[in-house]
Design a protein around this ligand. Structure first.
Ligand code: BEZ
Ligand code: FE
Length: 303
């Protein structure tokens, strides 16, 4: 038989990479071609480097299948896997490390929900009766020249004082500790909340089993998530971490950047900016610097 026109016949491990690249060479979309070509080259090199056995390959495929199967409407194991392997933080940093003075990004995480309520300046995102030490946040959005950005939409979400997001906790009402605010003419927005606690990422699925095998703790330091969306600016997806938080130096998802550590100042002076707060309270001030560009809303990983 004449084999000369059967281009995809592979007789040895050395030749397969070129054969696969040739088979994909007609991809019209140039960016898709660049990405998949690189994926194939790097994945093949990785299999060669570790001399992957058939059993290990099967295990790897089982892991990918399991993270898909563990993903449901209110839990995204795929995002979690990308986070604990440092993929999410690397991509975030690659896209924001342009050496300008903009605020660094931090991973979106698996708990972002779209369509949280929009609140008036200074409003509370804490549902009536939810416990916690009062926290008053004053944020400011400016551009890289320091000019205030008016009308930016700031989407905020955080875990409760026991380290649970509302969608993980039957004791919290829908959308508790989530809300959107608009910046004023000076770029400021204010909100009232409660101090968030650090928390373990969900460990009920395959990612939890991987962390166990790696002898890694599953904790994140206490933080508040912010997405800043403004006309004429790149969307900033970030987090501000409590300076006194445990696990600040060992975040399981590698989200902590020194520039994102905020000072959570403790007060007990009877001067809280709310008449019902007479005891201790905290304040946080943080300036977000956004870079010029085109805003894009992130896709919520859960409903
Ligand atoms: C979060 O900050 O919400 C988060 C990020 C990564 C994994 C789990 C949670
Ligand atoms: Fe979080």
């Amino acid at each position: 038989m004449d084999f000369t026109h059967l281009d995809s016949i592979v007789d040895d491990p050395e030749s397969i990479t070129e054969v696969v690249l040739a088979a994909m060479s007609k991809t019209d979309d140039a960016r898709l071609k660049q990405i998949i070509d690189a994926l194939v080259r790097h994945a093949h090199a990785f299999f060669r480097e570790v001399e992957l056995t058939d059993q290990e390959f099967e295990k790897g495929l089982e892991f990918v299948k399991a993270i898909g199967q563990a993903t449901v409407d209110d839990h995204n194991e795929v995002v979690l896997a990308a986070d604990v392997l440092g993929f999410s933080t690397l991509v975030t940093l690659l896209n924001t490390a342009d050496r300008s003075n903009r605020t660094p990004g931090a991973l979106l995480g698996p708990f972002y929900r779209g369509h949280s309520p929009e609140y008036a300046d200074g409003a509370s995102i804490v549902a009536e009766g939810s416990p916690g030490a009062p926290l008053f946040v004053r944020g400011r959005v400016v551009d890289t020249a320091g000019t205030p950005v008016e009308g930016a939409l700031v989407d905020v979400w955080q875990a409760s004082p026991i380290g649970l997001y509302e969608n993980q906790d039957p004791d919290q009402p829908d959308m508790n500790l989530r809300g959107r605010f608009r910046t004023d003419a000076q770029g400021y927005f204010r909100l009232r909340s409660v101090r968030p606690a650090g928390y373990p990422v969900p460990t009920h699925g395959p990612v939890g089993r991987l962390l166990e095998k790696q002898h890694r703790h599953p904790y994140r330091p206490a933080h508040i998530h912010f997405v800043v969306v403004a006309q004429g600016y790149e969307t900033l997806i970030s987090q501000v971490f409590a300076d006194d938080s445990e696990y600040l130096g060992s975040d399981v998802v590698f989200g902590v950047n020194r520039a994102l550590v905020g000072t959570f100042s403790a007060h007990d002076d009877g001067k809280a900016p709310a008449p019902d707060v007479n005891g201790p309270y905290y304040t946080l001030e943080y300036e977000f610097v956004v870079a010029e560009g085109t805003p894009v809303w992130p896709t919520p990983p859960i409903k």
